[in-house]
Ligand binder design. Structure first.
Ligand SMILES: NC(=O)c1ccc[n+]([C@@H]2O[C@H](COP(=O)([O-])OP(=O)(O)OC[C@H]3O[C@@H](n4cnc5c(N)ncnc54)[C@H](OP(=O)(O)O)[C@@H]3O)[C@@H](O)[C@H]2O)c1
Length: 344
């Protein structure tokens, strides 16, 4: 059992706690602390009610500065600085860093310096973390018990890597382009407002399709170095509250048909990427994938191949729920590694 702290209890932090109770991670992961800038009443309220994912599956109440879920007591803190928390006395094994505020290694190191033993990041972070993991693709070869800072990559990287890996094996990937069509996020205002770093993030999230920066091409290169410089990436945010899409165009090395591509992806969905990659031929809209725990679902009705080697795919993903479940998969694998190393 790993004792967990969640730092930053926003969309991903709350999805992570909920997924632990909903999806059977309770036997292996035990949340003992939450650090979020808000007060305990609001933390409790936003745990109980969620516009996107519905009501919390268990009764939630407050006792002093603790959140009570069933028999579990979770201590709540509201510190902006990792140094203000007494990590050793919390006896935490792993911090799930879900605030998004600690991206550089020296920033993340602050948790370790303050006594937290391990950090799992909900973003790609800087390239000098100990490992960047897309669960299902590289966790077995890239994770080790003695690592201290691991990233669970991004939701978009978790979406594209199983697909690129499958295409690479089927026909080889020469080059390509990804267009992410992403739901709105909390770094956007509802009505136009000031933003210190990005002019486009000043614009009303509910009124426009807004191009935003993405590091997906760098994320792909970190996981599949052989594709470095070969896949471009763009992203837009759209006025929906959850579920996103990646429109992927790949030039393969060898000719393929749409049927072969779909067959290979169905094969991956039934074997190497079972439970992580899905495949559908239904007529879906994005809302159908709300609360879907998989990293990516291929809409097989939209697969096209032009001129033998230009493959076009639509890849759905629940950017919150799929990603939160992958973070927990990585945490569970880390726990297994730690148990194995303790036995030897
Ligand atoms: N949402 C997604 O679809 C998604 C998917 C995958 C990965 N991610 C990544 O996960 C990270 C968080 O995203 P999110 O969507 O969950 O954002 P969010 O909803 O804004 O949640 C972040 C939370 O962290 C709190 N916070 C800010 N500074 C903090 C600090 N120093 N210590 C503790 N808590 C702090 C924020 O409080 P205030 O609001 O009071 O500032 C907020 O409640 C980002 O790096 C994002 O890129 C997001």
């Amino acid at each position: 059992m790993l004792r967990i702290a969640i730092n930053g209890y926003g969309r991903i932090g709350r999805s992570v706690l909920r997924a632990i109770y909903e999806n059977g991670y309770q036997d292996r992961l035990h949340v003992v602390a939450i650090n979020e800038l808000s007060d305990i009443e609001t933390i409790s309220y936003l745990t109980r009610y969620d516009t996107t994912h519905g009501r919390f599956p268990k009764p939630v109440s407050i006792e002093g500065q603790n959140l009570i879920i069933g028999d579990d007591k979770i201590q709540c803190f509201n510190s902006e600085s990792p140094e203000e928390l007494d990590w050793p006395s919390l006896n935490v094994d792993l911090v799930l860093e879900c605030s998004g505020m600690f991206a550089e290694r020296e920033q993340i190191q602050r948790f370790l310096n303050a006594g937290a033993p391990r950090i799992l990041l909900s973003q790609p972070a800087s390239a000098d973390v100990d490992a960047t993991i897309v669960f299902g693709f590289n966790h077995e070869r890239s994770m080790a018990a003695d690592q201290t800072i691991v990233s669970a990559a991004s939701c978009t990287t978790n979406c594209v890597i199983p697909v690129l890996d499958t295409l690479q094996e089927l026909a080889g990937v020469e080059h390509g382009a990804t267009q992410t069509i992403h739901s709105a996020m909390n770094d956007q205002p509802i009505i136009d407002a000031y933003h210190t770093k990005d002019l486009r993030l000043t614009r009303s999230a509910m009124s426009s399709i807004i191009p935003v920066n993405t590091g997906l091409d760098r994320g792909i290169a970190r996981l599949m170095p052989e594709l470095s410089g070969k896949i471009s990436s763009n992203a837009v945010r759209v006025p929906t509250i959850n579920v996103s899409l990646i429109d992927m165009v790949i030039r393969t090395n060898h000719p393929v048909t749409a049927e072969q591509v779909n067959q290979a992806l169905q094969g991956a969905a039934a074997s190497k990427y079972a439970g992580l990659l899905g495949y559908t031929q239904e007529a879906h809209a994005s809302v159908d994938f709300n609360h879907d725990p998989r990293s990516v679902i291929i809409d097989g009705t939209q697969t096209q191949v032009v001129d033998g080697r230009l493959v076009k795919l639509l890849c759905w993903f629940d950017n919150e729920w799929g990603y939160a479940n992958r973070m927990l998969d990585v945490a569970c694998y880390w726990q297994q590694q730690l148990e194995n190393s303790a036995e030897h």
